[in-house]
Design a binder for this molecule. Structure first.
Ligand code: HEM
Ligand code: HEM
Length: 306
């Protein structure tokens, strides 16, 4: 993680230098002053910049919701199903990723609601008045549907009561009667997730496809919002740099093998488990382990050569 942050820092430094250099070519005078002047001027090149307080608040809340909370929430969900220091797969079902993903997503939902109320009160014309207003309404509605549909993911199930919607903690496994021969987890425990029933499969496919789709459309919405408000140049530059940081973190964590399959993070690597007998759902590089290769998993952190 530290090396990831260092790499990201170098990237940001390079981009800022390139920016300052570019600004100095176009204008005579001190490069840094010119770069700063450019950063502090509106996108259109106009000399004055005076958006209403409602637009300011709308923009800030949306940037916080869709620019920060949603991308970080997705990174947490993809890469922190097992956390550094967790003795996985002996210790299962770490709730960190789920709680943080859910909190960030609902936080974004609340901020988005406030942001939309602010702008509707200020500018109550129909949504088809501009590209940004139209696409903005699509993101707001689809975002709330994504939040609501997350409640249709079915029951966890597994080793305890049938149909329990509450994630089970690892300690509960020890209280569960084993199969007749005493080995391995039983495959007849109930639950949509434990058995990867259709409800859960449909949820995972739709939630992931719509989640990444929304992320892409929200990026376009943020950019068109900045254009509609004729925002200052530093705002889109900062947003772009932040997205590059997120992309870099994604690539580094992916490369480190931290995208551990949700099913295995929660239920373990036993090949007899129902979900381990089907392909993991998700795109590009979800990691699965078996007893043969679990030593290669990134967690628990193992001493070099050990
Ligand atoms: C704006 C709202 C949300 C967005 C955009 C979103 C997006 C995503 C994305 C893109 C993933 C897949 C990450 C990956 O593994 O590559 C994911 C996973 C997941 N999300 Fe959300 N999410 C949202 C809200 C929620 C909420 C409110 C819940 C539950 C209360 C939730 C539950 C889950 C679960 C259980 C997974 C793991 C699925 C799996 O890996 O098998 N999400 N989310
Ligand atoms: C994903 C992020 C965003 C979403 C979902 C969004 C959503 C919306 C919606 C739904 C409207 C129309 C409200 C109405 O019908 O009255 C709107 C208008 C507006 N938004 Fe955003 N917005 C986002 C980001 C931004 C940003 C970053 C700014 C920059 C300050 C911004 C500036 C504006 C402005 C100036 C208007 C009114 C002008 C127009 O009609 O185009 N928005 N936005």
């Amino acid at each position: 993680m530290v090396s990831a942050m260092l790499r990201v820092g170098m990237l940001v430094a390079c981009l800022f230098s390139a920016l300052a250099w570019g600004a100095s070519i176009e204008n005579d005078g001190a490069p840094l002053t010119r770069a700063l002047e450019w950063l502090l001027s509106p996108i259109s090149g106009a000399t004055d910049h005076d958006p209403s307080s409602g637009t300011y608040l709308h923009g800030r809340l949306m940037v916080l919701a869709w620019g920060f909370l949603v991308p970080v929430g997705i990174l947490l969900s993809r890469f922190y199903k097992v956390t550094p220091g967790q003795d996985w797969p002996r210790v299962l079902n770490n709730p960190f990723w789920f709680n943080s993903h859910r909190a960030f997503a609902y936080g974004a939902g609340v901020l988005m609601l406030a942001a939309v109320v602010v702008i509707v009160l200020e500018d109550p014309r129909p949504p088809w008045r501009s590209f940004h207003a139209g696409i903005g309404w699509c993101v707001v509605i689809a975002g709330w549907l994504q939040l609501l549909s997350s409640h249709l993911r079915g029951a966890m199930g597994g080793p305890t009561q049938p149909g329990t919607p509450v994630p089970l903690r690892n300690w509960q496994w020890s209280q569960v009667p084993r199969a007749a021969d005493g080995s391995g987890p039983r495959i007849d425990w109930p639950g949509d997730h434990y058995n990867m029933l259709r409800t859960r499969v449909v949820f995972e496919v739709l939630h992931k496809v719509c989640g990444y789709g929304l992320l892409a459309v929200s990026a376009l919405t943020l950019v068109t919002g900045l254009l509609a408000a004729d925002a200052l140049n530093w705002m889109w530059v900062a947003l772009l740099l932040w997205w590059l940081v997120c992309a870099a973190v994604f690539i580094v964590l992916q490369h480190q093998g931290q995208a551990i399959d949700c099913y295995q993070a929660i239920w373990g690597i036993d090949e007899a488990l129902p979900g381990n007998r089907m392909k993991p759902i998700g795109w590009w590089g979800i990691r699965r382990y078996s007893s043969a290769n679990v030593a290669a998993a990134p967690y628990p952190r193992r001493a070099r050569g050990g």
